[in-house]
Design a protein. Structure first.
Ligand code: ATP
Ligand code: MG
Length: 407
């Protein structure tokens, strides 16, 4: 097959490949970008494979970054874009069922394509648009089949992450996993134990956010891979509930995904333990924890003014979006209205400071200052007190529990 018209992403990268071929080497578009192009999907990064060594590439491109030259990857900057260029390699010495301990640069494209995980990811395109398809990847793409390159069990034993990538692609593309490939996953699911949680999480998140998350989850369940992921052993019921829920609507972001997943589990461990085990980033963890705290309330009624204020606009909207999975009415406009009518949107807008309190009341600094500010904040937010300094000081004189703080 010949590709007559390159997509713009390939067109912009073409001079990079041509520079390599002009120097007497081979260069190809390879992997995910070729797959995504053939599927008419958005191409996120253009990966280039070559028989030139990283040092040979570095000589051709003065502006390069070392992304692991000893593993054969270098990035070059060309017309404001960066491209990852990977030297053809085979991988050896898969110790412990994960990443190879050693890579060997090879001069043949075939050897390089052979080490790739699935046939749909083992396609290459040369500068003239010729598709190099040594493992019938195009046919599998057309038939929507995820098939390991070579002997599946061997390939999953070399690198167990590939099994997670397999179910992830099922979740993103809605493809089915070829029988032998799937049987090998099921047989060797236990090897996933060897893989760093961070890498499993990346794949699992992509699965959950995929357009076909239900297919991905079904494969994640049926392959038993879930049993080797943090705190999901024994949670098959939760995963089935999630699968069922996602038939309604796909998930928009990781905050929603983790909140929903945790809520469906049996909660044998607390949210903190669960998220930590999955090694979520701090920010993501904080957001999920906040939504998790307010979810039980929202399941019974709309959030009130104070709750919307505490959660903030964005998270309040997200919490509302989750309601679709609980057969509740989703009222995003209602949340917007509550937020917009808040007298202050955050603490810094309060017309009262610690200094104001100290100056006005002349008591020594102490815990009472923070407590008084908190009282003012809450009463302003719930429209009980106007946000105006003098009137706040008056209200404080009347309503603050002074004797609790000043002995
Ligand atoms: P995405 O769209 O998520 O980027 P991708 O297939 O491009 O998917 P990458 O991690 O960017 O995934 O990897 C690029 C290519 O490298 C893949 O298409 C595949 O050919 C190869 N590859 C990546 N990870 C593995 C692996 N664990 N085993 C074998 N080949 C792999
Ligand atoms: Mg990619």
């Amino acid at each position: 097959m010949k590709i007559e018209h390159f997509p713009p992403e390939f067109e912009t990268a073409l001079p990079v490949l041509e520079k390599i071929t002009a120097a007497g080497f081979e260069a190809y578009f390879v992997g995910g970008c070729v797959r995504d192009f053939l599927l008419h999907h958005l191409i996120h990064d253009v990966d280039i494979a070559t028989n030139a060594t990283p040092h040979e590439i570095a000589q051709l491109f003065p502006k390069y970054f070392d992304l692991g030259i000893e593993h054969g990857t270098i990035a070059v900057l060309e017309r404001g874009e960066t491209y990852e260029i990977t030297t053809f390699r085979t991988e050896q010495g898969y110790e412990d069922f994960r990443r190879p301990s050693q890579v060997t640069f090879v001069r043949s494209l075939k050897e390089d394509l052979k080490r790739r995980d699935f046939t749909m990811n083992a396609l290459a395109v040369d500068t003239n648009g010729n598709l190099i398809d040594l493992f019938d990847g195009l046919k599998d793409l057309e038939e929507k089949i995820i098939r390991a390159v070579g002997e599946p069990e061997e390939r999953f034993s070399e690198d167990a992450l590939r099994m997670m990538r397999g179910v992830r692609f099922a979740g993103q593309l809605g493809f089915s996993i070829e029988e032998k490939t799937f049987a090998a996953m099921k047989k060797r699911h236990d090897l996933l134990e060897k893989i760093a949680v961070e890498r499993i999480r990346v794949e699992f998140e992509k699965l959950l956010l995929g357009d076909f998350a239900t297919s991905g989850l079904q494969a994640f369940l049926d392959s038993e891979l879930y049993r080797c992921t943090p705190h999901l052993l024994g949670e098959d019921k939760a995963l089935k509930t999630l699968l069922h829920a996602l038939q309604k609507q796909t998930l928009e972001n990781p905050v929603l995904a983790w909140t929903l997943l945790y809520d469906f589990t049996s909660k044998k461990v607390g949210i903190e333990t669960f998220l930590r085990a999955w090694k979520l980033s701090k920010n993501l963890m904080n957001d999920v924890k906040k939504l998790t705290a307010f979810l039980p309330v929202r399941k019974t009624r709309m959030l009130n003014t104070w709750e919307v204020y505490q959660l903030g606009n964005s998270l309040s909207q997200q919490l509302e979006m989750l309601m679709i999975y609980y057969q509740e009415e989703v009222d995003l406009a209602g949340v917007t209205e509550v937020f917009e009518q808040l007298p202050i949107k955050n603490k810094s807008e309060l017309d009262l400071s610690g200094d104001d309190l100290l100056k006005n009341f002349q008591y020594p600094a102490g815990l009472w200052v923070g407590a008084a500010l908190a009282l003012a904040e809450k009463n302003v937010v719930i429209h009980r007190w106007p946000n105006e300094k003098n009137s706040l000081l008056e209200k404080m004189a009347e309503e603050f529990p002074w004797n609790k703080y000043l002995k």
